[in-house]
Design a protein around this ligand. Sequence first.
Ligand SMILES: [Zn+2]
Length: 115
Amino acid sequence: MLMEKKLFAKSSDGINSYSVHFIIKEGKLSIFCDCPAGEWGKFCKHKLALLRNEKDMLFNRDQEKELAEVQNWVRQSKYPDMIKKLDIAEREAKKANAELKKVKKTFENAMKSGT
Ligand SMILES: [Zn+2]
């Protein structure tokens, strides 16, 4: 059985919208977005925000009920675990980036003043 929902996500300009398709086929949830990034099956912020149940991403607030229904599908999928992993990886990347900046600053100071 195939079930499908189409939600509209805000584009960054807030004027246009992208359509995000949630498709359940054989118990598996696939997500497609027609934004430039999402079109190639890549990760995009529209898919992620709607996966995260972010109502602010909805272009049309009338779709809140449909988003809630999509959330029922999401809960039965592996996406919640994947989102947790993503959040951890993002925190670690931020930490690593801060450390990198610090090390580069040390370099700059050393190269200016000598070491
Ligand atoms: Zn997108």
